[in-house]
Design a protein. Structure first.
Lengths: 112, 799
């Protein structure tokens, strides 16, 4: 089992979600996140006052999957979230040792 | 034996069997009786509460036996004392003894009564005390003191119970002056913790302000003889309704929690045979508002009564009386009507009085409110300017004005002014981000908007947008679109001009636009910026919309305005603003406001002051024509303030070396002063023989310092606004003499004001000064910054 974590631009959430749903992924965790990568904090002048954009607002999306689906799902996310500009985000995959469904106590792949 | 005798005999046998059954089976019978009552279908809730309490009474009498030991009694206190037991309620009892029994004897009685009750699984709260001990505990524990006010005899020596009850009540009355402030603090702490029943979507029926706990507080206050409570019938009805809802809640959840969560409301509504959860919440909200209002009023009279008690000892000082505005005075901490007001012909009096009270941070007295409701005529449609202006000032009081608004609302005045408000009154809303009913959310948004007043050029429109942004929720369909239509008709009714009506309506239509676009569209895409810029239309409206968005979200709750969301919205606004600023053609006002006759006067170098008669909106136009000089504006503004003329707006221009000032003023008290008096004073002021600053200073020291919190002033240099002058913009909360202070600071630095536009929008002032140096061009940047900093200091020194 793997955990796919994607950090994407907020406006891409709806697209990514529907793409994943049509692929057959029905569960995910979405949270508001802020951060920076190479698209770093910069200073803006707005209405005569300077302010620093330290952290750029992003969406963090997490999906738990069976190993066999991982490559396809990563592909779907990357394709849908891409705008080609700085700040499109990242997707990474981490191995997961175990999963339990809280309601039933099912474990492993059954719990996905 | 005949049948009758048979029956009687059988009855006796049963009696006998009952009284000799084992303790265990009698406990079982008690339990069964309770279960039967709790499960009984169709039993009215009030009867159920009483039946539960009666069956407990009988059980305790049984346990104490037919000949209880002399000198002891069992007393019910709290909810049980009031015969209001709910299925999950504690059985609150005091075992009273007269102190003559040995500890062992008392212990034996306690064991005989308390253990079996405990064993039967009923939640029990008990104590064993002599009347003196009970009184001592009550003196240090408020909860015990309140509980004892409901003391009721259950079993044992009735004389002992009577002594306890009488002593508790006498103590409560004697110590009221100390206990009531303590109680008030507890109530305030509870309100901070549990919110107000009337406005919460998931209220606590007992602990929220205006809930059941507060009806007990009202009774306790009445029992102390310090103050009585108004509207007692409606409070009793509300109380009984809340008890019924609480009963249904307990039966539905089978828990003791009094907080009515969204997920439980459908069940409770159907148990109560109501149409749906909205009807339930609306009725709970109405009850909460009635009790809350009665509590507000009662606490105010408690404070007055206690103040006058202490005052008696302090050389009998009389309560303070200060005039607040024409027809309204502050008397003993409340706004009341002055002696000679003409209620029957003054349609705008109610809204003016409300605005004055809100701005002064004092409540309207109950009797005043009642007279305003009954005696003042309806506002004409469209509203006169005085009413509209006062209404905006009422909104501009911000968070500290909410109590005045709620009083008006409870008295029905808000709906009388704005009939469409009725559709959102007490209206619950089922979304995870909202915590308040629609009407209260709107008022919370107004309070948040008032705090953002300095961000916009038109705070009045921002406040109106905040008030009306959700008004469409009273109707089917998309509430932004419906709301825009409603807002348009409401704003027109209030007499805003066509442009303003349109802006208010557009603010309502687009109040969700910015957060929606910011979170779902690509901000880097120029099409996104274009879309928003086209919908919004102007930089001024964007500024209003961005402030409204923030106010709305902050009012909804912390979830709706996270730094994350704020950053996205701010980014969008910045981009759209850049787009709109490109399009905006910022030119200085081209059309002169100066009329030909004034122009002629100015060219002749005359020195004249002319005062027009008040127009329909009570506005007096004061025209000043005088040879221009540094300090003229400050002197003129000061003379007007000295004569108690409130500046609503002004335009100042220079023609051929003469200044022409046109002031739109409202006389605060009585008719406006004569032309010649003003001219004379202005002359003296210019000569330096009239100490305006000193006199205004003294007057403001006598005036009541406003206690309401307002947004801090904002003073800015607008760098791109003019080629020929330095432009200083001042936004601040209005107060008498403000313009004089600002102009004085500018004059003291030696800078001339070539022209100026002064606007008072409700309680907020937006002033723009075009400053010129000796050469007639813009002043040098360092001087301009000095002016800005000094003005800022002068204003903040007041805040």
């Amino acid at each position: 089992m793997k955990l796919i974590t994607a950090v994407i631009k907020p406006f891409k959430l709806d697209d990514v979600r529907s793409a994943l749903e049509s692929f057959g992924v029905h569960g995910m965790t979405v949270s508001e996140a802020s951060g920076y990568g190479r698209q770093k904090g910069h200073t803006e002048v707005y209405r005569g006052a300077e302010y620093t954009v330290d952290l750029v607002p992003k969406i963090r999306l997490e999906v738990l999957l069976d190993d066999s689906d991982v490559d396809d799902v990563v592909e779907v996310i990357v394709k849908t979230a891409q705008t080609g500009r700085i700040g499109d985000g990242k997707v990474w995959v981490t191995p997961v040792d175990g999963v339990v469904r809280v309601r039933t106590g099912e474990r492993g792949v059954e719990a996905l | 034996m005949d049948r009758d005798a048979d029956g009687t005999a059988a009855g006796l046998v049963v009696e006998h069997t009952l009284s000799t059954t084992s303790p265990a089976s009698s406990a079982v019978r008690f339990q069964a009786a309770r279960e039967a009552i709790i499960g009984a279908q169709g039993l009215p809730a009030a009867q159920r509460r009483r039946a539960l309490s009666d069956v407990a009474d009988r059980r305790i009498s049984d346990l104490l036996g037919s000949s209880p030991p002399p000198g002891t009694s069992v007393v019910a206190v709290g909810g049980y004392g009031r015969r209001e037991l709910l299925p999950g309620s504690d059985l609150d009892i005091v075992l009273v003894h007269d102190g003559t029994r040995s500890p062992e004897e008392v212990g034996a009685v306690a064991d005989a009564v308390l253990y079996p009750l405990w064993d039967s699984g009923v939640p029990l709260d008990h104590s064993v005390r002599t009347p003196d001990e009970a009184a001592a505990v009550a003196r240090s524990d408020l909860k015990v003191a309140l509980g004892l006010l409901d003391a009721r005899h259950v079993a044992g020596d009735p004389e002992l119970t009577r002594r306890l009850a009488e002593a508790s009540l006498a103590d409560w009355r004697k110590l009221a002056a100390a206990r009531l402030p303590e109680l008030h603090e507890a109530v305030q702490a509870r309100t901070a913790r549990c919110g107000e029943l009337a406005y919460l979507i998931e209220p606590d029926l007992v602990e929220s302000y205006g809930g059941l706990r507060d009806t007990l507080v009202l009774r306790a206050i009445a029992a102390s003889w310090v103050a009585d409570w108004p509207h007692s019938t409606i409070v009793e009805e509300s109380r009984s309704w809340l008890l019924t809802v609480r009963d249904a809640l307990h039966r539905s959840t089978r828990r003791r929690s009094d907080r009515m969560l969204l997920q439980e409301q459908d069940d409770v509504a159907s148990l109560l045979e109501l149409l749906d959860a909205d009807v339930l919440l609306r009725r709970v909200s109405e009850a909460g508002r009635a009790i809350g209002y009665a509590s507000d009023v009662t606490w105010r009279s408690v404070q007055r009564a206690l103040r006058s008690r202490t005052r008696r000892h302090l050389l009998s000082r009389r309560p303070t009386r200060r005039p607040l505005a024409d027809g309204v005075v502050e008397y003993d901490g409340e706004a009341v009507l002055a002696r000679k007001v003409d209620l029957e012909h003054d349609a705008t009096l109610a809204v003016r009085a409300a605005a004055v009270a809100a701005q002064a941070g004092v409540p309207l007295a109950v009797a005043t409110l009642e007279r305003l409701v009954v005696e003042t005529p309806d506002l004409p449609v469209p509203w006169p300017a005085a009413a509209r202006d006062a209404f905006v000032r009422l909104l501009g009081a911000g968070r500290d004005g909410i109590p005045v608004w709620e009083d008006l609302e409870a008295a029905g005045l808000v709906v009388r002014w704005l009939p469409d408000w009725e559709r959102i009154r007490h209206r619950p809303q089922r979304t995870p981000i909202h915590r308040h009913t629609v009407d209260r959310h709107s008022i919370e948004a107004v309070a948040e908007a008032a705090a953002l007043a300095r961000r916009v050029a038109r705070p009045d429109l921002l406040l109106m947008g905040a008030l009306l942004h959700d008004v469409g929720k009273g109707w089917p369909g998309d509430h932004s679109a419906t709301g825009a239509v409603m807002a348009e008709s409401m704003a027109a009714r209030m007499g805003f001009d066509d442009d303003d009506v349109h802006t208010i309506s557009e603010l309502v239509r687009h109040h969700l636009l910015l957060p929606m676009v910011a979170t779902t569209r690509d901000l880097d895409d120029p099409a996104t910026t274009t879309l928003v810029a086209d919908l919004v239309g102007s930089a001024e409206r964007l500024e209003l919309l961005s402030a409204l968005t923030e106010a709305d979200a902050r009012a909804a709750g912390s979830l709706a305005w996270t730094p994350w969301r704020a950053a996205l919205v701010r980014d969008l606004v910045r981009r759209v603003h850049a787009r709109l600023a490109d399009e905006d053609d910022t030119t200085e006002a081209g059309v002169s406001f100066v009329e030909p006759w004034a122009r002629t006067l100015a060219s002749s170098g005359a020195f004249e002051v002319l005062v027009s008669a008040p127009d329909v909106d009570q506005i007096c136009r004061v025209t000043v024509v005088a040879p221009d000089r540094v300090g003229l504006l400050a002197c003129a503004a000061g003379v007007l303030a000295l004569h108690r003329l409130e500046v609503r707006g002004a335009s100042v221009d220079t023609i051929d070396g003469s200044a022409v000032q046109v002031w739109r003023t409202v006389s605060m008290f009585g008719p406006p002063p004569d032309d010649q008096v003003l001219r004379q004073d202005l002359m003296l002021a210019l000569e330096g023989s009239l100490d305006i600053s000193g006199r205004l200073e003294r007057r403001s020291a006598e005036r009541r310092r406003s206690v309401i919190r307002t947004a801090p002033p904002r003073v800015q240099l607008l760098t791109d606004a003019s080629q020929t002058a330095s432009v200083l913009q001042v936004r601040a909360h209005d107060e008498p003499g403000l313009l004089h202070r600002v102009a004085r600071v500018v004059a003291d630095i030696g800078v001339a004001v070539r022209s100026a536009v002064v606007d008072t929008l409700g309680a907020d002032v937006v002033d723009v000064f075009y400053l010129v140096g000796d050469d007639g061009g813009p002043v040098n940047p360092e001087v301009a910054e000095l002016v800005r900093d000094r003005v800022c200091e002068a204003l903040e020194g007041r805040a």
